[in-house]
Design a protein around this ligand. Structure first.
Ligand code: CUA
Length: 334
């Protein structure tokens, strides 16, 4: 349901159910604000007339409101505001928490463009083609400064930060092209850092993918990089002596030397590649050299996708002993 009449195009299109949820909340807040503003304004005029000075020497008398009146005008706004808080929290968490099983695309922001990496291999700049009616999760990072990924038609916005991954998700209900903006001032050409999200019928999307020709899946590129950087000399699947085995690792909780647990997610893998000594898994020495400055953001994404392609704790080839410890972590998704 689109609440805003089409004839008054003050609002951007709504392309997802979450966008409609945001609008409903917004219009409710607008309605409450309007009703109370009008009520207060009307009362001011009424009291101006009702309690006007009727003679030259009339002196005002102090008035005290009754207790019931004080309680009423405190409790009613409290209830309305708590209702809006609860509703707002629900919408906020729906927007922030990507559903499990969403298709994952990687986004890299840089001065001044958006780069996209499809799971099937194709890369795009300033345009992202996605299928209609699917949960789409974007895993985003920046090569330089802070950017912000903002799609008005989805009513959602997320900061894109150098040095870590943030997520953004949506499920578009309407095919079409939707504007993408950078919403964080990031330098001279910030206002040109625009793009579009192109939502296509699933068949059209398949066709579009096919026209991109034979592209190498990002995980395959990562696998090549893995050998090229000689990661495989230590991270071998037949020996756990020097470095943790990467098969079945993604999504697992690893114990560190100090006894604390860390969830193996994109941010942990990234940190461990760039700054291996930061969080060393218990039982291993900090032998790994840093790859800071030797890998681009795309390289990192390729390596992470390769490690993900080796399966998580739920996949069949992971050892049975991993299963119990990781059940808890797999129930989380961030
Ligand atoms: Cu990127 Cu503003």
């Amino acid at each position: 349901m689109n609440l805003w009449p089409k004839r008054f195009p003050l609002f951007p299109e709504t392309a997802s159910r979450l966008a409609q949820d945001v609008d409903q909340l917004y219009f409710f807040a607008l309605l409450v604000t309007a009703v109370f503003s009008l009520l207060i304004a009307a009362l001011i005029f009424y009291f101006i007339i009702r309690f006007r000075r009727r003679s030259e020497d009339e002196v005002g008398q102090p008035e005290r409101a009754g207790l019931w009146l004080e309680i009423t005008w405190s409790v009613i706004p409290l209830v309305i505001l708590l209702f809006m808080f609860g509703w707002g929290s629900k919408v906020f968490f729906d927007i922030r928490k990507p559903p499990r099983g969403a298709i994952e695309y990687y986004v890299t922001g840089k001065q001044w463009m958006w780069k996209f990496q499809h799971p099937e291999g194709p890369r795009e700049i300033n345009e992202l083609h996605v299928p209609l009616g699917q949960d789409i999760k974007l895993i985003m990072t920046s090569e330089d400064v802070i950017h912000s990924f903002y799609v008005p038609a989805l009513r959602a916005k997320m900061d894109v930060l150098p040095g870590r991954y943030t997520t953004f998700w949506f499920n578009a209900e309407k095919a079409g092209a939707y504007r993408l903006f950078c919403a964080e001032y990031c330098g001279a050409e910030h206002s040109y850092m625009r793009g579009s999200i192109i939502v296509m019928e699933p068949d059209d999307y398949e066709e579009w993918l096919a026209t991109r020709g034979q592209t190498t899946a990002a995980a395959k590129t990562g696998a090549d990089l893995f050998s090229a950087q000689t990661c495989d000399t230590c991270h071998r699947s037949d020996s756990a002596a020097q470095a943790p085995i990467l098969h079945g690792l993604f999504g697992k909780e690893e114990q560190l030397a100090d006894g604390s647990l860390v969830l193996v997610d994109e941010n942990y893998l990234r940190e461990s590649i760039l700054n291996p000594a930061a969080k060393v898994v218990a039982g291993y020495n900090a032998l790994m050299p840093t790859y800071q400055g030797r890998l681009s953001e795309e390289d990192l994404v390729g390596l992470i996708l390769y490690i993900k392609s080796l399966g998580g704790p739920d996949s069949a080839d992971a050892s049975a002993s991993n299963q119990a410890t990781t059940q808890a972590s797999s129930d989380r998704e961030e």
